[in-house]
Design a protein around this ligand. Structure first.
Ligand SMILES: Nc1ncnc2c1ncn2[C@@H]1O[C@H](COP(=O)(O)OP(=O)(O)OP(=O)(O)O)[C@@H](O)[C@H]1O
Ligand SMILES: [Mg+2]
Length: 276
């Protein structure tokens, strides 16, 4: 179970984040980046954060601690920004918090070297979760205390936006050419040998148990949250078994359209385009 906290003060919005996450203080005296259920990306991006953050941590990658975070929109009453007011009003109840890493820097490949082994682990993990949001344009990696930390997995598990086509989507190869760590010569064979056997049924069950039931309830085609968890477990088990041989690291391109989902880029959704 993720730790339970309650937001006590809204500090400031993080304007660089597309979903308008905010820095908040909580009743455990911690400071967190709060991601809101009322954001346009919806609760599925929070589900992806919990599943991918939990998997990464269990596979030995660094991710700031995730917590369940209660919100009473009243804490935003003094907030001058209309957009923030609306977001808080739409997000009363359970939200997601990520431990804030004070003084961390956005990853810069020219200023920070990553070993082939670590680059391999991160690229393999991103292939496992179909992460289209760790490109050199937008790395979603922080450097803190000299180490690399992974953030922002809300756009991963792209197949969970369309369960009827999920099996076909899970079987797709992963193109890591634009990955932020592609230029460090990622040791993919080493990472696959180390990480793939660790994605067991037990590890997935532990991770999926951390997703709050209320974010899995009423999913079309499923009669209960545990049925949705079983679908995630099946997809990730298949992906862990098959993805290692399906990761391409080609020459990065500057002009190729982003593979990120439409709600991230303002385009329509690539999965729904494919289904048309
Ligand atoms: N735990 C953290 N500690 C410190 N800074 C953070 C943390 N999480 C996020 N940030 C900062 O806030 C920014 C936005 O966060 P994040 O990328 O998670 O939001 P998002 O809305 O999903 O963004 P995107 O536009 O990339 O989809 C990050 O780029 C980073 O600068
Ligand atoms: Mg981001």
């Amino acid at each position: 179970m993720l730790r339970e906290t309650f937001a006590t003060r809204y500090v400031t919005p993080l304007r660089e984040g597309g979903s308008l996450p905010g820095i908040v203080e909580a009743d455990d005296l911690g400071t967190y980046v709060m991601k809101f259920t009322g954001a346009g990306q919806g609760r599925k991006s929070l589900v992806a954060e919990v599943i991918c953050g939990g998997l990464a941590r269990r596979l030995g990658l660094r991710v700031p601690e995730l917590v369940r975070m209660g919100l009473d929109p009243v804490i935003g009453l003094g907030e001058p920004d209309q957009e923030v007011q609306e977001l808080l009003k739409a997000s009363g109840g359970l939200n997601l918090g990520m431990d804030y890493l004070p003084g961390s820097l956005g990853f810069d490949p020219l200023a920070y070297r990553v070993s082939a082994a670590e680059a391999g682990r991160v690229v393999w993990f991103d292939a496992l979760i179909n992460n289209v949001d760790r490109s050199w344009r937008n790395p979603n990696l922080l450097v803190w205390h000299g180490d690399l930390w992974l953030i922002d997995h809300g756009a991963a598990l792209i197949w969970h936006h369309n369960w009827p086509t999920a099996a076909a989507s899970v079987a797709r190869p992963y193109d890591a050419s634009d990955h932020a760590l592609a230029l460090f010569g990622p040791d993919l064979a080493g990472a696959a040998a180390e990480l793939a056997p660790r994605v067991t049924g037990e590890l997935l069950a532990e991770t999926l148990a951390e997703v709050p039931d209320e974010w899995l309830a009423d999913e079309p085609g499923f009669d209960a949250p545990d049925a949705v968890r079983a679908a995630y477990a099946e997809a990730l088990t298949t992906r862990a078994r098959t993805v290692s041989g399906a990761i391409a690291v080609g020459r990065p391109t500057e002009d190729r359209p982003s593979q990120a989902p439409g709600w991230l880029t303002g385009r329509s959704h690539p999965e729904s385009e494919a289904a048309r």
